[in-house]
Design a protein around this ligand. Structure first.
Ligand code: MRU
Length: 351
């Protein structure tokens, strides 16, 4: 059943992609139509759509748009165009594994239909992209139900960035667990870090939770450790962009610091993510590519200069939290606990 507050982050409507322009939130809820693959590339790069599962879906729909525009009759030319567009999407946001997972699925469909006409392959690609979208919707519900088991009535949860409906097809991963717990009539309160430099926590998570009627308190990132020490925080619950085979987790910059603080304060640190976010080709998180973004996001965020002209900056968009800080990983297929080398393959296999 649809929630009254359902957020239509991304949809395929009449041959076009419709997204919420997340750069306009929380001030305005604006939908944007994307009808070419370059416009989808741009929307991903500019973070009009963001969050690992949502950009995986956007890349899949973007590929469909790109391949629909292919003016070729031969499989070889079609295939070369597919490879070129795939490379362009892979370069947009390298940390999350969902883009490459989604495009690998489409690639398999292209490979498996060598004898079909270009028109038929175009249709097959659209069906696969729609399947990725629908699967994410059901996956998030399952993650929510599994995660809700860990959250007790009256708990206070701290979260970072946005791993909610705005980061997925609907419902979210970390926030999905909170929504599911609240649907079970548990009283849950949430501290959300504002998440510098792009303020996904303040602009998106606070908006989303408030809209869903969930008690949310916004804090600056720098306050998190102090809040853990002086107020009640029962768990930290975040999403993930890529999870290595040993349970190391890449997520929004600042996640690692939260995990260290949580451990110091004896607070469980939970990660909620679909099995599509696992990258079992990586033994550990050290080889996860970390996206670096323009320094102007730190010095001139949201149009106002807040640092001297010419100052050097370093702006990694993600960090990697070692598995030793992670209490449990909540997936659609169950909950993984240490040792992750054993529990993660089990969860992925039951996918
Ligand atoms: O840079 P963003 O806003 O795309 O970063 C998003 C995050 O770090 C999320 O926590 C992650 O993608 C999980 S979303 C379910």
């Amino acid at each position: 059943m649809a929630r009254e507050t359902e957020v239509k982050t991304i949809e395929w409507i009449d041959g076009q992609v419709r997204i919420i322009d997340q750069t306009r939130l929380p001030n305005r809820l604006v939908y944007v139509i994307l009808d070419t693959y370059p416009s989808v590339l741009k929307a991903i790069t500019r973070l009009q759509i963001r969050g690992a599962p949502a950009i995986g879906i956007a890349a899949a729909f973007g590929m469909v748009l790109g391949m629909r525009a292919a003016r070729t009759e031969t499989y070889g030319a079609f295939r070369r165009k597919f490879d070129r567009i795939k490379r362009e999407f892979l370069e947009t946001r390298p940390t999350g594994v969902n883009v490459s997972n989604a495009l690998d699925r489409l690639e398999k469909r292209v490979n498996g239909n060598r004898d079909a006409s270009v028109r038929e392959i175009q249709d097959v690609l659209l069906q696969e992209a729609l399947r990725i979208y629908e699967e994410d919707r059901t996956t998030c519900r399952k993650i929510g139900r599994n995660g809700a088991e860990l959250l007790r009535d009256g708990w206070v949860v701290m979260t970072h960035c946005n791993a909610g409906a705005l980061a997925t097809a609907d419902y979210g991963t970390a926030l999905g667990c909170i929504y599911a717990a609240v649907e079970e009539e548990k009283r849950i309160r949430v501290y959300v870090d504002e998440t510098r430099p792009l303020l996904q926590g303040a602009r998106l998570t606070a908006w989303e939770l408030q809209r869903a009627g969930i008690a949310v308190t916004l804090i600056c990132d720098s306050m998190a450790a102090w809040v853990m020490q002086t107020r009640e925080v029962n768990c930290v619950l975040v999403g993930a962009d890529r999870i290595a085979a040993n349970g190391d987790i890449a997520n929004k910059i600042g996640t690692y610091g939260l995990a260290v603080s949580a451990k110091e304060h004896g607070i469980p640190f939970y990660v909620a993510a679909p099995t599509a976010s696992f990258d079992l080709s990586l033994d550990t998180g050290t080889s996860i590519p970390i996206e670096e973004r323009d320094g102007s996001e730190i010095t001139r965020g949201f149009g106002r200069r807040t640092a001297p002209e010419g100052v050097q900056t370093y702006n990694p968009a993600f960090d990697v939290t070692p598995a030793s800080f992670v209490t449990a990983i909540i997936c659609e297929t169950g909950i993984a606990t240490p040792p992750y080398g054993e529990s993660i393959p089990r969860l992925v296999k039951t996918r």
